[in-house]
Ligand binder design. Structure first.
Ligand SMILES: NC(=O)C1=CN([C@@H]2O[C@H](COP(=O)(O)OP(=O)(O)OC[C@H]3O[C@@H](n4cnc5c(N)ncnc54)[C@H](OP(=O)(O)O)[C@@H]3O)[C@@H](O)[C@H]2O)C=CC1
Ligand SMILES: O=C1O[C@H](COP(=O)(O)O)[C@@H](O)[C@H](O)[C@H]1O
Length: 514
């Protein structure tokens, strides 16, 4: 949304949500639609048709939408009349989406919405159902003529997109029978996050950074996505997926691509995607067991304390099979083998039940050739650019300066900008839904990215399958297994602590406690 080169254009539409009363719809999609509506970003001619097997009347469905907005929206309902005008656009159709029976009823409902609201056939099909249904539903939409429309048709598809390269390819082939690539919006919600989108702007709208953005000046890059939550109620999915498939194949690699890509010739989806794909092509693939064990660490959480509460080990979580060797943590040392990045390690880490919820990208610049100054530890702190993605969004530029009044003593200071400390910014789903309705594919994942990401991840997975002993363990509430520190130590580096911004949304100066 933020960096689209195109002017904003509203379209009338019908949105069909498969899994229309599920968790994703309630926690993310309804609140996103409501915020867009309240912000005036939706054409007034729109309707939403929710689909599920449970029987419900429209009124009951609207009640679910209201409860979801009351609980999860960043905007409160302030005017009941305005709420009614929003809610009356929601309808519900009960059907089993895995069988053709019932699609006729759905088509009629969609066509009625279009007639009654003067919508010229633009249809957004949102698959908020289990991944085993993605292919089947996309085929049935075609076979049952829902894709036959005077306006545009688009398919928004949730993660996971496949389980490995082969299953992803099969799914993609099936979807492509009904939808063209430019009609497929594969969601990676990290691409909807304000500061992930901002990486592009920070880099390409500032001489200051772009001039230094290469292996002559950058020592290493660190990408962290740590969570405090455990597996929650998702063991049936998560124990088969693991952190590598769940977070690295998509979110972590997407952030890496945003950091490492070359400037696109234009700000259009094709040009940006081409540059991102080149990064994945240059990503060194760890294939042999030795390469994997030397560069990638996987771990599983043990019992511990998180946010002051005792938590059980992963193996004792509900639904997790006894003795599971599934990883809840991954750290890695990656290399992008091209002119710009040759020799610069990209360290990645992600895990559940870690010390702190924090997603951030740290760019560590190289040291000056000679230290002319002194300070307490007799070393200068590194120059760092920290891009905090969540829960705080912002930027911090850390460098060295003279201590006021000191005897030429040098101290680290920071220029700090917090994007969301003073007020809420749009949720990722709000931004992505808006883009899908506008037809802007910039922040959606192209098949080329999905397929190359699986090709990077699959050999790592296979090496682990051959060697279950490669699993390490970490205490809940820690920063992960010690083995993950070792891969940085070997290069003379260390993980940076998660950054916390000040409370003001203005650029401010501050000293850093060492
Ligand atoms: N929840 C989240 O935060 C996230 C979810 N996702 C993805 O989004 C998708 C949905 O997840 P989530 O909302 O959590 O799942 P839920 O199980 O909460 O919701 C899925 C909904 O689909 C409906 N459904 C299931 N089978 C059928 C069927 N055969 N015919 C019609 N309706 C059906 C169910 O309703 P009923 O029982 O009435 O049929 C259910 O409400 C998944 O692919 C998930 O991986 C991705 C990222 C985050
Ligand atoms: O896609 C996923 O992301 C969440 C973390 O998302 P965030 O926006 O809270 O950082 C993760 O918990 C989940 O396992 C994964 O499927």
């Amino acid at each position: 949304m933020l960096t689209s080169a195109r002017p904003s254009e509203k379209h009338p539409f019908v949105m069909v949500i498969f899994g229309g009363a599920g968790d994703l719809a309630r926690r993310k999609l309804f609140p996103a639609l409501y915020s867009l509506y309240r912000s005036g970003l939706l054409d007034r001619r729109f309707a939403v048709v929710g689909v599920g097997r449970s029987e419900r009347e429209d009124e009951q469905y609207r009640q679910i939408v209201r409860e979801s907005v009351d609980s999860h929206s960043r905007m409160d309902v302030e005017n009941e009349e305005d709420w009614s005008s929003f809610a009356e656009r929601f309808h519900y159709v009960s059907l089993d989406v895995g069988t053709a029976q019932g699609y006729g009823k759905l088509r009629e409902r969609v066509e009625r919405c279009e007639r009654e609201r003067g919508i010229p056939g633009n249809r957004l099909f949102y698959l908020a159902i289990g991944p085993e249904l993605f292919g089947r539903v996309s085929s049935l939409l075609n076979e049952e003529h829902l894709t036959r429309t005077e306006g545009w048709k688009r398919l928004v598809i949730e993660k996971p997109f496949g389980h490995d390269y082969e299953s992803a390819r099969e799914l993609n082939d099936q979807i492509r029978q009904s939808f063209q690539e430019e009609e497929i919006y594969r969601i990676d919600h990290y691409l909807g996050k304000e500061m992930v989108q901002n990486i592009e702007v920070i880099r390409f709208a500032n001489t200051l950074f772009e001039a230094l953005w290469n292996n002559r000046y950058i020592s290493n890059v660190q990408i962290t996505a740590s969570e405090t939550v455990g597996v929650e109620d998702r063991a049936s999915y998560y124990d088969r997926a693991g952190a590598l498939r769940d977070m690295v194949q998509n979110h972590i690699l997407q952030m890496l691509m945003m950091v490492a890509m070359e400037p696109p010739s234009r700000l259009n989806p094709e040009a940006i995607r081409d540059e991102k794909v080149k990064v994945l092509r240059s990503l060194r693939r760890w294939k042999s067991d030795d390469e994997v064990s030397q560069n990638i660490v996987r771990g599983q959480y043990l019992a511990g304390r998180v946010d002051g509460e005792e938590v059980p080990p992963y193996r004792e979580e509900e639904g997790v099979p006894a003795g599971s060797v599934n990883e809840t943590y991954v750290a890695g040392r990656l290399f992008v083998d091209n002119f710009r990045w040759s020799g610069v390690p990209f360290y990645i880490r992600t895990g559940k039940r870690m010390r702190q919820k924090s997603t951030e990208v740290v760019i560590q610049f190289k040291d000056v050739p000679q230290n002319l100054y002194f300070n307490k530890n007799n070393d200068l702190g590194p120059n760092l650019l920290v891009i905090t993605v969540s829960p705080e969004e912002g930027l911090s530029l850390q460098f060295n300066a003279k201590k006021p009044g000191g005897d030429n003593e040098v101290i680290p200071i920071a220029m700090d900008f917090c994007n969301n400390c003073a007020e809420d910014t749009p949720e990722a789903y709000e931004s992505l839904l808006h883009d899908a309705l506008e037809g802007d594919l910039t922040f959606f994942t192209h098949w080329d990215e999905v397929s190359l990401a699986w090709k990077f991840v699959d050999p790592i997975r296979e090496a682990w399958d051959r060697d279950p002993e490669s699993l390490t363990f970490y205490e809940s509430g820690s920063w992960g297994p010690a083995e993950a520190d070792q891969i940085l130590k070997e290069e003379g580096h260390r993980w940076h602590r998660a950054y916390r911004h000040g409370t003001k949304s203005i650029v401010q100066g501050s000293r850093i406690e060492k």
